[in-house]
Design a binder for this molecule. Structure first.
Ligand SMILES: Nc1ncnc2c1ncn2[C@@H]1O[C@H](COP(=O)(O)OP(=O)(O)OP(=O)(O)O)[C@@H](O)[C@H]1O
Length: 691
């Protein structure tokens, strides 16, 4: 075990994060600065011809404006757009159609930035960031901006970490960087003197590996990893762990990389009547979770009344601004508003502090945990769900103040998506636990998650794996289990033999519906791949550049034929998903399938992580004489693709190309040849039949 030098680590992360932010900003600002508003609207990232229909005081004393279509252009519903709740946008005066590029760029800097609160067919509500904003009058447009909040929090955290001196390192940090070892645990964790003692399980359905993982997580002093392969009940296990920790009167912070990962836990904790608080912008929370949100609690709890009075007064002032066009009067009202806001914030902060201090469980996204609400707050345990999907710097936002952490995840599925080339792994850190080589050049990239790094540092002793999976037919599970999970996965009795014909509605028995795995082997060079440029995106109505991507039209037709067969046998389109690693293929599939099978779900493999469906068709696309497989070669991506289905997996691909990609792919092709219902499709009339 080689320790990692903390300042070097932090400096390295800062460089990598900087490159990543640049790459992300470039992507958006290139689009914004080089395109006209009309082109941006077509790309789904802008809405034109808007006006303010109302203005009020929202959360945190912020100004909220409702935007609707200008009656001059006919009013009514806003045309189709890609602006969603939670997006960061800028509201600006709309340049006239003839505005030159330079003027347009200047406009990008003007206007008011904010977060989209609500999107309905006729309006978009935006909570503005700055307090003293004079919302531009006249015709407005709204454009989506890149979100750099997450980066700011990560940067602040890494800068703090870089400045810490040796004496300031907590025992927890020491263990996480290999400067100390995890405290040893007794062999028998149920021993009440040295372990956690006897546990009264709240959920009686927990299986052995889940109970072991909970015992282990409770007993460990600094760090515990709960490794949850697909469908093994990782969240299920965390819920019990949270309840057990609470019974022991400890205080908990629960985080995840995305809002959905956090909300998922709240929804499952709610039936247990746990008093909890969710931090975060209400615009980004699931409606079912809002009752626990700090913002709502500051309005509904007893302590909130005192904040309400002032909110009313601010609303009245806001309304009067809109009534006057006289500059002096407006300035005077803004002056009053400024004072009121100060008062509002003070009262609100007092109310918030009390609420947070009194709650035993606080939930937030990783970067959300870096806000002022949690300053100086202490927690006994920090739990991070989906930790293998989070950047390490993101994890340190809450962890810098931690004394013990439990991380749940699966490092054998895909890590977080990285845009900057330099930050991508050249696979120096094996996902199966190779040691780092050198502390000066630790080989840590942005893709190396904390989960990966800790496994490489401390090995299996800090981890427990969940081994019973509740999703896949045992045949579907067999290959990933053998290849990636040391053959340790077992299919629960309730799922291990289930097929499409046993769905709870009528499905006819056909050669497809009685098979757990079907493989269409397109070998022979008659299903060639094609390199696509952005044109495909345009055809699919997205108008966005896809860059260079691959597609395979004949394979797409084969997908359609298979979907049709399943649907004809009675399988509902809603129970079928098609996944493919390539965006260009996704665009073709969308054109081919969406209209005829509206309920079907199409997605990239990366986007489908965490999801499941009764039947999943995987289109592998690659078929070329060079046997190039591109990013199909990433086994974590294939693992995600092949572990989404419950009852039926259909793989479409060229075994000659794919099988020569690497050893893992070769073994997968061999496995399919031996275990799947193997078919060699005839390319001659496929296009015709798929019409
Ligand atoms: N001990 C158990 N007994 C019966 N069913 C279980 C058990 N544990 C988990 N499940 C079921 O398995 C499914 C997956 O559970 P959960 O959503 O917690 O998994 P997960 O591991 O978090 O998911 P993912 O695979 O997306 O990471 C759920 O339907 C859950 O009810």
């Amino acid at each position: 075990m080689k320790p990692t030098d903390i300042p070097t680590f932090a400096a390295n992360q800062l460089t990598l994060l900087d490159a990543e932010l640049k790459a992300e900003l470039e992507e958006t600002s290139l689009l914004v600065s080089q395109s006209s508003p009309t082109a941006l609207q077509r790309a789904g990232v802008a809405i034109l011809n808007l006006q303010v229909s109302s203005q009020r005081t929202g959360l945190g004393g912020k100004t909220v404006i409702d935007l609707e279509l200008d009656p001059v252009v006919g009013g009514g519903d806003i045309p189709e757009h890609g602006i969603r709740t939670g997006d960061i946008v800028s509201v600006q005066e709309q340049p006239s159609g003839s505005a030159k590029k330079k003027e347009k760029n200047e406009l990008v800097k003007k206007g008011a930035d904010g977060v989209v609160l609500k999107v309905s067919p006729g309006t978009v509500a935006v909570a503005l960031d700055k307090e003293e904003v004079d919302v531009p009058g006249g015709k407005l447009w709204l454009v989506k901006l890149a979100n750099d909040v997450t980066y700011k929090r990560m940067n602040q955290t890494m800068v703090r970490m870089q400045k810490l001196t040796d004496s300031e390192y907590t025992p927890f940090m020491r263990v996480l960087f290999g400067l100390g070892s995890p405290s040893p645990l007794p062999a028998d964790l149920s021993n009440s003197d040295t372990g956690v003692g006897k546990i009264e399980w709240i959920d009686s359905s927990l299986n052995g590996s889940q109970k072991d993982a909970i015992r282990f997580a409770m007993a460990s002093r600094e760090i515990a990893l709960i490794h949850g392969p697909p469908g093994t009940g990782k969240t299920h296990t965390l819920i019990e762990l949270i309840l057990q920790i609470l019974q022991r009167k400890l205080r908990l912070l629960v985080c995840g990389p995305s809002n959905i990962s956090v909300d998922n836990i709240i929804e499952r904790l709610a039936p247990h009547k746990v008093p909890m608080i969710r931090l975060g912008h209400p615009a980004r929370l699931l409606p079912s979770v809002l009752n626990h949100s700090l913002d709502v609690l500051t309005r509904t709890s007893d302590a909130a009344a005192i904040v309400q009075d002032i909110r009313k007064e601010m609303d009245q002032k806001q309304a009067s601004i809109r009534k006057t066009r006289n500059g002096r009067e407006r300035r005077a009202i803004y002056g009053d508003l400024k004072e009121l806001r100060k008062e509002f914030r003070e009262r609100e902060r007092g109310c918030v502090d009390n609420l947070v201090r009194e709650s035993k469980v606080v939930l937030a996204t990783l970067h959300g945990a870096g806000g002022f609400h949690l300053k100086n707050q202490q927690f006994d345990v920090i739990i991070i769900d989906e930790a293998s999907q989070a950047l390490e710097a993101q994890c340190w936002v809450p962890l810098l103040a931690a004394s013990k952490a439990v991380l749940a995840g699966d490092h054998l599925q895909l890590p977080p998506t990285i845009k900057s080339v330099n930050s991508k792994s050249k696979a120096k850190v094996s996902t199966e636990g190779t040691k780092f080589e050198d502390k000066k050049s630790p080989g840590i990239t942005l893709e190396t998650t904390l989960f990966d790094r800790l496994l490489a540092l401390h090995g299996e002793q800090i981890k427990r794996m969940l081994t019973t999976q509740y999703r896949m037919h045992e045949k579907i599970m067999a290959f990933p289990s053998k290849e990636l999970y040391d053959s340790k996965l077992q299919a629960a009795d309730s799922v291990k033999t289930r097929l499409l014909i046993e769905l709870p509605y009528e499905v006819r028995e056909t050669e497809d519906t009685k098979e757990p795995i079907v493989f269409y082997d397109t070998q022979g060079g008659e299903f060639p791949e094609k390199t696509e440029d952005e044109e495909v995106g345009k055809k699919a109505g997205k108008g966005m550049s896809l860059g260079e991507s691959k597609s395979n039209e004949l394979e797409a037709s084969l997908v359609k034929l298979h979907v049709r067969n399943l649907v004809d046998a009675g399988v509902k389109a809603e129970d079928i998903a098609v996944v493919t690693p390539y965006n260009a293929q996704l665009a073709i599939l969308s054109q081919l399938l969406k209209e005829q099978f509206p309920g079907i779900e199409l997605g990239s493999v990366d986007g489908f992580q965490g999801r499941e469906k009764e039947a999943v068709i995987v289109s592998l696309v690659r078929s070329n004489a060079e046997h190039a497989v591109g990013f199909l070669g990433e086994k974590r991506r294939l693992n995600v693709a092949m572990t989404r289905p419950k009852r039926h997996l259909c793989v479409i691909g060229d075994s000659e190309t794919v099988g020569r990609g690497n050893k893992f792919l070769k073994r997968w092709m061999e496995f399919l040849e031996e275990n799947a219902d193997l078919r060699y499709p005839d390319p001659s009339d496929i296009l015709e039949r798929a019409r």
